[in-house]
Design a protein around this ligand. Structure first.
Ligand SMILES: NC(=O)c1ccc[n+]([C@@H]2O[C@H](COP(=O)([O-])OP(=O)(O)OC[C@H]3O[C@@H](n4cnc5c(N)ncnc54)[C@H](O)[C@@H]3O)[C@@H](O)[C@H]2O)c1
Length: 241
C-alpha cells in the first residue's frame, strides 16, 4: 500500500482485520471478502470517496496446512476436514470472484482498468501438505486467464502475481507454524530456523513485500498496457511448490 500511496494513488483497503490505518488518501473498510453484501457496499463507498476505481488487487488469502491423510492421527486436528476445506476455498476463490465482479462492473463500464490476482508459486506445481491452498492458487491462475479473455474486449486487463518464499507476513501465525511443523514432522523452532534456508530459491534469499508491490505498480501503469492473462513469478527463480 505504501508504494502505491507514494505514487500518488488513492488506496481503498478491504480487510477483515482493521489495522487502524486511515487518512485522506487511504480508505480502510472492514470487509469479509466472502460476503457479497459487504463487498458490494465497500465498492460503492470507495467510489463515493475517490470518484471511481481503476485497479484492484485481490490479495486477501489464507493458508492452513493440512495432511490429506494423517496416518498418526486419522481424522485428527491436522487432517484436512470439511470446515477447513470450505474456509480456504471461500476466501481464496469466492472472495476473489466477488471482489472482481463488483469492481469489474465499474472497469467494464468505463472500458479501462486492471484486475490483479494474487496467486502463489505453489499453485503451479502443487504443494505437499497444503493441497487445498495450492489448489485454490491454481484456480487463481485459471481465473486470470479466463477473465483476461472475457474482459479484454472491454479494455480491462487481468493479471496475476505468484510470490514464492517471502519475508514474514501476517500469514505466519503460531497456529500456522504449529500446523506446518506437525505436517512436516518438525518443531516450531525448526520451522522458524528453516525460514532462512533458501536452497530452493536460486537468488538465495526470501522476497521482500516491496518487490511484490513494485510489480503491482508496473501492472497498473500504462507501461503494462499490452499485458494481460499472465501470472508473473516474484519468487527469485523458485519454480516448484
Ligand atoms: N507470504 C507468502 O510467502 C506468500 C506466498 C505466496 C502467495 N501469497 C499470497 O499473498 C497474499 C497475501 O498474503 P500474506 O502472506 O501477505 O498474508 P497476510 O495474512 O499478511 O495477508 C492476507 C490478508 O488477508 C486478510 N483476510 C483473510 N481473510 C479475509 C476475509 N475473509 N476478508 C477480507 N480479508 C481477509 C487478512 O486479514 C490479511 O490481512 C495471499 O493471497 C497469499 O496466499 C503469500
Amino acid at each position: 500500500m505504501d508504494e502505491l500511496l507514494e505514487l500518488g494513488v488513492n488506496v481503498a483497503n478491504f480487510d477483515i482485520v482493521d489495522n487502524g490505518e486511515q487518512h485522506e488518501y487511504l480508505l480502510f473498510q472492514k470487509v469479509d471478502v466472502t460476503s457479497r453484501e459487504q463487498v458490494e457496499a465497500a465498492v460503492v463507498a470507495t467510489v463515493e470517496r475517490f470518484g471511481t476505481i481503476d485497479a484492484v488487487v485481490n490479495n486477501a488469502g489464507i493458508n492452513i496446512p493440512r495432511l490429506l491423510i494423517d496416518l498418526k492421527d486419522p481424522y485428527g486436528k491436522y487432517e484436512l476436514d470439511d470446515a477447513t476445506f470450505d474456509k480456504i476455498i471461500m476466501i481464496n476463490q469466492k472472495g476473489l470472484y466477488l471482489v472482481s465482479q463488483a469492481v469489474g462492473r465499474i472497469l467494464v463500464e468505463k472500458k479501462n482498468g486492471v484486475i490483479i490476482n494474487m496467486a502463489s508459486e505453489a499453485g503451479l506445481e502443487g504443494s505437499e501438505r497444503q493441497s487445498a491452498y495450492a489448489a485454490t492458487k491454481a484456480a487463481v491462475y485459471s481465473y486470470t486467464r479466463s477473465w483476461a479473455k472475457e474482459l479484454g474486449k472491454h479494455n480491462v486487463r487481468v493479471v496475476g502475481i505468484a510470490p514464492g518464499i517471502m519475508e514474514a507476513t501476517g500469514l505466519r501465525t503460531l497456529a500456522y507454524e504449529e500446523a506446518l511443523g506437525y505436517t512436516r514432522g518438525k518443531t516450531v523452532d525448526e520451522i522458524r530456523a528453516g525460514y532462512a534456508s533458501t536452497s530452493t530459491t536460486p537468488l538465495g534469499r526470501s522476497g521482500k513485500l516491496s518487490e511484490v508491490a513494485d510489480l503491482v505498480a508496473y501492472y497498473i501503469s500504462d507501461r503494462a498496457s499490452y499485458i494481460t492473462g499472465i501470472t508473473t513469478n516474484v519468487a527469485g527463480g523458485k519454480t516448484r511448490g
